[in-house]
Design a protein around this ligand. Structure first.
Ligand code: BGC
Length: 462
């Protein structure tokens, strides 16, 4: 250890930021994957001459892959380590995007989307874990918010690139071009240090100390952090056995699962996957549809800053109340306009604005906050297990939303579909009031003590 030159604090901070940026690129990959398909579906449908049902399968195959990837990621990131899991995710991401671009038949495209999904499943489990493990205490919140911001930026970039390729109608380029950021991500991940926590878990104390020294730059701080992590590691992770034995842990796992169901059934991804189609039904032509979709992506990025600014001031619950109300109103009005018919220019524009208001509602609340809450409510002993359960739920619910939208339109119509999601948002408002805890400014240890003492879920943050 003496041979290691300690970095100056400024160097150490720069390095931490660098590492954070690269790891947050995983969020960018997540976003690119979510966003890229929306602009491509109409051209895929035209080229392959397939039904809406097949389009739903193409869209949702990625979420199936992601659910499987997230299921396996806990095991992978414990075995291979966080860094190697991220490398694997990056490689799969590049291969998956190229396979999508080259797919000669709809079935092969579905298969390629599953491969792409596997990559995202592994990355969405591992990246936030890695981020939390390498960040210092005082910038952990900011690091995790950066991750959500990067998701929205990824979606925006995919929407913009889809818009550019829509002029030639080349969906293969739309799907293939995201291999380029994938390669950059791969090179970036190769430069990352290993996670100090994982290295200590595996008994590589010397290497863990070296990494921390480079990141923090202060021997004393590093010695304390190593001792802290070693201390935490004395509490073994017990997923399933704790789940079967401990009712309180089952409650926190159940809450995590419920929170992710709520996030997905807001209906956000209906807009993410099918925005051009929605604008088409309002009467807009192809390029207008694409530009409005890009606007949706931009508003999604900008409104995320509202959450970042307010989350530690207002707290989680008030922001969720506002978010669910805004989403219910936004979608309720969109449904009503669809019901009345958007025949005039003014009616069309008004409907677009209400859809954008819905996006603001999501991006300022459920988007970032559900991920935050899910990482806060699990007790240390079962944290990996609890977060894995909620992340897998996120992807399964995401798949259901993606796989049912066009069928819903067929059966209950546009107005009915949007009213359905508006109604769900109202139910989520009530669930938030009744069940969701306020975790602002509370230590994770206090939340855990309250949970394990059997306090009501909505009180575990007090
Ligand atoms: C959600 C994604 C969604 C994205 C939109 C994320 O928090 O998990 O499903 O597409 O936000 O910005």
């Amino acid at each position: 250890m003496n041979t290691i030159a300690a970095a100056t604090p400024a160097h150490a901070r720069a390095r931490t930021v660098f590492v954070g940026i690269i790891a947050a690129l995983a969020g960018l990959m997540f976003g690119l994957d979510i966003g890229v398909i929306s602009g491509a579906t109409q051209f895929i449908q035209h080229d392959f001459g397939v039904t809406d049902r097949t389009i739903e399968l193409i869209v949702s195959a990625m979420m199936l892959g992601a659910a499987i990837g997230a299921l396996g990621a806990g095991w992978l990131s414990a075995r291979l380590g966080r860094k190697r899991s991220l490398i694997l995710a990056a490689v799969l991401f590049v291969i998956g995007s190229l396979l999508c671009a080259a797919a000669p038949t709809p079935s092969l495209l579905i298969g390629a989307r599953i491969v792409l999904g596997l990559a995202i499943g592994v990355a969405t489990f591992t990246a936030p874990l890695y981020l939390a493990e390498i960040s210092a205490e005082d910038n952990r919140g900011a690091m995790v918010s950066t991750y959500q911001l990067m998701i929205t930026i990824g979606i925006l970039v995919a929407f913009l690139s889809d818009t550019a390729f829509s002029y030639s109608g080349n969906w293969r380029w739309m799907l293939g071009v995201i291999a380029i950021p994938g390669v950059l991500f791969l090179f970036g991940v190769l430069l990352l240090p290993g996670s100090p926590r994982w290295l200590l878990m595996r008994g590589y104390k010397q290497r863990a100390t070296e990494v921390l020294l480079k990141l923090r730059g202060d021997r004393e701080v590093v010695a304390r952090e190593v001792a802290d992590i070693e201390n935490q590691l004395l509490t073994p992770q017990r997923g399933w056995s704790l789940f079967f034995k401990n009712r309180n842990f089952r409650r926190s796992v159940g809450l995590g699962v419920l929170l992710q169901l709520m996030q997905q059934f807001t209906g956000m991804n209906v807009v993410m996957y099918y925005a051009p189609r929605i604008f088409q039904s309002m009467g807009y032509a192809t390029h207008q549809q694409m530009w409005f979709t890009a606007l949706v992506g931009l508003i999604n990025v900008l409104a995320t800053f509202i959450a970042i600014a307010l989350v530690d001031r207002w707290g989680r619950k008030p922001i969720l109340y506002v978010g669910f109300c805004v989403m219910a109103i936004g979608l309720g009005v969109v449904g009503t306009m669809m019901h009345l018919g958007t025949t005039t220019h003014a009616a069309q524009l008004f409907t677009v604005v209400m859809l954008l208001i819905f996006i603001v509602g999501f991006a300022m609340s459920a988007g970032p906050l559900i991920w935050t809450l899910c990482s806060e409510i699990q007790p240390l002993k079962g944290r990996d297990f609890g977060i894995a359960c909620s992340t897998v739920t996120n992807w399964i619910a995401n798949m259901i939303v993606g796989a049912t939208f066009l069928t819903l339109l067929d059966h209950v119509g546009h107005a009915g579909t949007f009213w359905l999601y508006a109604g769900l948002n109202l139910i989520f408002l009530i669930i938030t009031i009744a069940l969701v805890p306020e975790t602002r400014g509370v230590t994770l240890e206090q939340i855990e003590r309250n949970l394990m003492a059997g306090k009501r879920l909505r009180d575990i943050g007090q």
